[in-house]
Write a protein that binds this ligand. Structure first.
Ligand code: PLP
Length: 401
């Protein structure tokens, strides 16, 4: 017998498992709205032109070698990533109060940040929104933190439960870490307004709660890189401390390259240097140092004015296509006279619509219409096209009538 014969089969990941089920379905009309990956109007994955150009540059440069990167990754990538999220003229960067380390996309950045906090921060509790991206509780629990939730989404309004959020953060223990989605909250597509962000900031600073931003969709929500970073920037502008995990998976379409960054904004340059020295001790035994290719692509794009401008145009086009899908789906439901208020399809932002469909309705749509999505009723608008909107609208209509 195998020494592993006692191992029980684990369930599929609730998000990636949707794709596993989709792949097994032979139906020609099947539609995968589960995973958060951008698709073209033709339903194909997209490699940005600007990424192809940057890769060509890298290939043509014969001086490039495949040596190990330092533990903290590519220095130029780290600098440019900090500028992207905090702003080119950020005083925190100018006074060297920020340490930035290259990590394995958004997930890896969250995990390294979590492990650092578990080792070196006095308060071991992290509050995450309810609901949130399904990986958050697992990442932070395994990092060694104790995970609690704060109210975020109100099913009745399909909007923000601002009162609940303020009450829960208001009664959190002093010093607790609070995970905030920088923009395009996943799965709800519901973000606080700027005024609400300002109130959240005041409350958190007065209670000494430590912000940990997850920025997985910068530029993807509104089409503007600066606009989508405003939440982070108002917290950095007050001179206080915070952590930020950045991902280039969605906004540069570099999903499988696993390229991201963790920044920790500190009160002084001296503290930032010491924090970085400890981040190295977290990273070294985990994966030694990060991969070179994706970070080189990002650095090539961010450092060059022409490539950067081209990127912003391609990014805006992706964001605009998603917004147009929201309008088309909303119109299609109105045309069918589908009962209920569907205005949230247009109000919510980012990659997902939190439809409000329940698990039973989702199961019905999968069985009868071969449409795949997570059981919480979240659909990826990026997986939709003009061609597939009518099929989805038919399915939703049938599910709710
Ligand atoms: N955080 C949020 C909110 C996400 O939605 C995702 C991806 O879906 C991630 C982090 C991590 O993505 P990645 O590790 O691919 O950068």
């Amino acid at each position: 017998g195998s020494v592993f014969s006692h191992v029980v089969r684990a369930p599929e990941d609730p998000i990636l498992g949707v794709t596993v089920a989709y792949n097994k379905d032979p139906s020609p009309v099947k539609l995968n709205l589960g995973v958060g990956a951008y698709r073209t109007e033709e339903g194909k994955p997209l490699v940005l032109n600007v990424v192809r150009k940057a890769e060509q540059q890298l290939v043509n440069d014969r001086s490039r070698v495949k040596e190990y990167l330092p533990i903290v990754g590519l220095a130029e990538f780290n600098k440019l990533s900090a500028k992207l999220i905090f702003g080119a003229d950020s005083p925190a960067i100018q006074s060297n109060r920020v340490t930035t380390v290259q990590c394995l996309s958004g997930t890896g950045s969250l995990r390294v940040g979590g492990e650092f906090l578990a080792r070196h921060y006095h308060q071991q509790i992290i509050y995450i929104p309810l609901p949130t991206w399904g990986n958050h509780p697992k990442v932070f629990t395994l990092a060694g933190l104790s995970v609690k939730t704060y109210r975020y989404y109100d099913p009745a309004t399909r909007g923000l439960d601002f009162k609940g959020l303020m009450e829960d953060l208001g009664s959190a223990p002093s010093g607790a870490v609070v995970l905030l989605h920088a923009c395009a909250h996943n799965p709800t597509g519901v973000d606080p307004s700027l005024q609400q962000w300002e109130q959240i900031r005041q409350l958190m600073r007065s209670k000494k709660l430590l912000p940990f931003f997850d920025s997985a969709y910068q530029g993807f929500a509104s089409g503007s890189l600066d606009k989508d970073a405003q939440s982070v920037r108002i917290f950095v502008a007050d001179g206080g401390e915070c952590l930020v995990a950045q991902s280039y998976a969605k906004n540069m379409g570099l999903y499988g390259e696993r390229v991201g960054a963790l920044s920790i904004v500190c009160k002084t340059a001296d503290v930032a240097g010491k924090v970085e020295s400890q981040l190295k001790l977290v990273i070294r035994p985990m994966y030694s140092n990060p991969p070179i290719h994706g970070a080189s692509i990002v650095a090539a794009i961010l450092r060059d004015r022409n490539l950067y401008n081209e990127w912003t145009i391609e990014l805006k086009a992706m964001a605009d296509r998603i917004i147009s899908m929201r309008h088309q789906l909303s119109d299609a439901l109105r045309a069918r006279g589908t009962p209920g208020d569907w205005s949230h399809i247009i109000k919510q932002i980012g990659m997902f619509t939190f439809t409000g469909l329940n698990a039973k309705q989702v199961a019905f749509m999968t069985k009868e219409y071969h449409i795949y999505m997570t059981a919480d009723g979240r659909i990826s608008m990026a997986g939709l096209s003009s061609r597939t909107v009518p099929h989805l609208a038919d399915a939703i209509h049938a599910a709710v009538t």
